[in-house]
Design a protein around this ligand. Sequence first.
Ligand code: PLP
Length: 398
Amino acid sequence: MIPRFKPDIGWREIAAAMTLPRPDDIERFENEFSLKMGQKHAVAFPYGRTGLMLLLEAMGLKDQEIICPAYTCVVVPHAIVASGNIPIFIDSQADDYNMDLELVRKSINKKTGAIVATSLFGYPIDLNELDKIRSDYPHIKIIQDCAHSFAAEWKGRAVQKEGSAAVFGLNISKLITSVFGGIVTTDDHELALKLKELRKKRTSPASIRKSIKRFLYLIAVSIAFKEIIYGLVNILERSGLIDRFTKYYDPGKIDMPYDYLMGLSKMEARVGIVQLKKYDNIVTRRRKIAVYYNKNLGNIHQLILPKIVEGATYSHYVVRVSNPNIYIINYLRAGIQLGRLIEYNIPEMPAYGSRNQKEYPNSSRFARTVINLPNYSTKITAKIAKQLVCTVEGNVVN
Ligand SMILES: *Cc1c(COP(=O)(O)O)cnc(C)c1O
């Protein structure tokens, strides 16, 4: 079975994980990461969401409104709530997946403390519009959520540099991984110091038990995503037996993982260092795959293809269809797993008050119609594209 995503983990990562720890492993990872992103400072955390939560605290924000997309990973508003602030959700634009900056502007009021600017699926957020908001409201903090967009560029400007700080997620489904983990970058020396202070105060160092668990997880992951094994993994996934490894949210709850305040392990930091070296290749490959898919699927009118945007990272190749399940089932029969990365509009989730979908027409539509095609290996793209054509033709006959 071809998995919907696959971390690029090989012997180098395993070897790095097995190396004896050094006291400065985490610092080395932070230094390499900030260098790669062209930022002065990087501060590593056990999860991206822990980084976001402590970043909001380090910025001195409390009981304030934090603007974020309605269509994003649900851990983002969870972290906002955990920091003692209130998420304000913004509908997506009609033509790409990022939040509508016109609506952001309309939502700004005296209580607005920060804006989480996300470049979703790696599409760089419109920095022209963001610049205007920044100059009109200089006191509002801009946080770039770069979980999908490590070094994505908008007209040649790297998104991570365009704000007070940037947050990155590093779990196995991201462009590069440190097993779990997240990291915050900034050019603001004071902010970096405060963040490190808070990290020291609020989180405990990784225990040996955690390091061992994460190491075993890394080994399991490096095996599980092999095509001959993944069929079994998929059966386990559907049976619900491995939910605690694969389900990252409960639609009815606002919560953080039980170990969200236990620091990144040194082992994870060492894996992250190896992954950073692969970053350029990974993104180049994804861009090539996006162009290939668009060229080969362009004449199927049932599909809404993603735009080809210069500077996008294509962390995911996302297509919209009227009935995702037909595609998912047909693909599974052909031995290919499709993803539905964000299949919810956050304000509609019970945890966030079940707001009417009409208030968020675009986000709501995206949630119901997206599928993402595997985009990590050029070897399998032809097979995946062909299956899409077959599925569409099958649909027409039915
Ligand atoms: C993955 C992700 C994060 C961070 O996730 P963690 O699991 O907490 O590391 C943040 N924002 C978006 C959009 C993401 O996809």
